[in-house]
Design a protein around this ligand. Structure first.
Ligand code: NAI
Length: 392
């Protein structure tokens, strides 16, 4: 079948298998080019199929030569509909790992469930014995807890309604958008889904099963962003969940002297999760422009490669006074933010193409689904139903 992108606002409902493969290959080439790291040899990545989690799995495997187990929640193709991009990315990752003699297995299921946690433990016991590192990179809209309650995550403010400029992704115009305050239960739901409770569950369960090596490292990803987006992000429902995640790192460290837990505060990047946040895409497009001009722009793979090489697997991990690793150091520098704010004030529909990197935004967006990659023949028939080798 010939696959074309079908975009509806911030979501693309198709994915291209060859394009996703190319995307993964490019990330692997980047990591290989950066050289090897004395790091973990057995790594579990929760949320391993797209965005920051995929970049983490690639870095662990191809820079540290680590065996990896990846957990994700993706849909295979049904023959008519394409699979989700994370499915095709995982096909590519496993095939490339095999070519390089690296162990890689994946579990496709709900990471919040006990069933998946038990499957992972069984796999670790059988194949690896223990793991040295656990990366927690979930971005999910919902979580069902053990008692059957379904919690939903929302992107709302926790105070007043917040009105700001926004990019209408349907036609690239500048509009005004209002984000409403959270209603009853929405803040609690967001903390349940995107806070640290499930990360703690994972660490308790893995530790209890004896599958963590002495001095295992665990990292979860967070975001802070500029003051401009505080009402919707850092002080909003999602920011409260991220605060809970940060507290969880402290809790893990207090509870287990043989585990070292870190929060890595990463840069704002276009991923399936972040494209859905209102107001934020315009900030991204302006940020991309400013950072590209300054030569400091990074994507997920550049961020995670720098995390491993320069902040985490060094003699003493580099953290701020609150113990967090700051991969948003370049994004939040005055040099970048002053320029971003100036553009933000002046941006209109007429000058958005000039003041922001709207093309770069859309390029990243399409590439996430395997489209718009040079060297891929999109006129060629592709097999939609490629299988993830370890799930066959
Ligand atoms: P993403 O949408 O690209 O990746 C999410 C991953 O979670 C995928 O592998 C998906 O399969 C998996 N997943 C979702 N629900 C699942 C479930 N129930 N069970 C198993 N796997 C599930 O998202 P992204 O952006 O890479 O986010 C990862 C983390 O990084 C999140 O915590 C996010 O808040 C954080 N982050 C993202 C930033 C951004 O700008 N994109 C910036 C800083 C932090």
């Amino acid at each position: 079948m010939i696959v074309e992108p079908k975009v509806r606002e911030f979501i693309c409902t198709t994915a291209h298998p060859t394009g996703c493969y190319e995307n993964v290959k490019r990330q692997i080439a980047y990591v290989k080019d950066k050289g090897t790291i004395e790091g973990p040899k057995r790594v579990l990545v929760i949320g391993a199929s797209t965005g920051y989690g995929l970049a983490s799995r690639i870095t662990a495997a191809f820079a540290c030569q680590a065996s990896t187990i990846g957990v994700m929640f993706e849909k295979p193709s049904n023959g008519k509909r394409t699979a989700t991009p994370g499915w095709y990315n995982t096909v590519a990752f496993e095939k490339e790992a095999e070519k390089n003699g690296l162990y890689a297995k994946s579990i496709n299921g709900d990471a919040f469930s006990l069933e998946v946690k038990e499957k992972v433990i069984e796999m670790i016991k059988e194949d690896l014995g223990q793991v040295d590192m656990v990366i927690y990179s979930l971005a999910a809209p919902r979580r069902t807890t053990a008692d059957g309650t379904v919690w939903a995550s929302s992107l709302k403010t926790t105070g007043e309604a917040f009105t700001e400029k926004s990019l209408d992704l349907r036609n690239n115009t500048i509009v005004t958008k209002t984000v409403e305050p959270a209603k009853d239960g929405e803040l609690e739901g967001t903390i349940k889904v995107m806070g640290g409770e499930d990360w703690m569950d994972w660490m308790d369960t893995l530790h209890g099963a004896g599958v963590l090596s002495e001095n295992a490292v665990t990292v979860a990803y967070s975001y802070i962003g500029p003051k401009l987006t505080y009402p919707i992000y850092y002080d909003g429902t999602i920011g409260q969940a991220k605060r809970h995640l940060t507290k969880t790192a402290e809790k893990i460290n207090e509870k287990y002297s043989d585990i070292k837990a870190y929060i890595s505060v990463n840069k704002a990047l276009v991923t399936q999760a972040s494209a859905a946040i209102p107001i934020v895409p315009l900030y991204f497009a302006i940020l991309y422009k400013v950072m590209k001009v300054q030569g400091t722009h990074e994507g997920c793979i550049e961020q995670i490669s720098r995390l491993f090489h320069e902040k985490l697997f060094v003699e003493k991990p580099v953290t701020d006074e609150q113990g967090r690793i700051r991969m948003d150091d370049w994004e939040l520098s005055d040099e970048v933010q002053d320029k971003v704010m100036e553009c933000w004030k002046n941006v209109t529909t007429e000058n958005v193409a000039e003041l922001s990197d709207i093309d770069g935004y859309w390029q990243d967006f399409y590439q996430m689904f395997g489209f718009h990659l040079d060297g891929v023949d999109y006129a060629k028939d592709v097999d939609l139903e490629v299988a993830i080798p370890s799930l066959e």
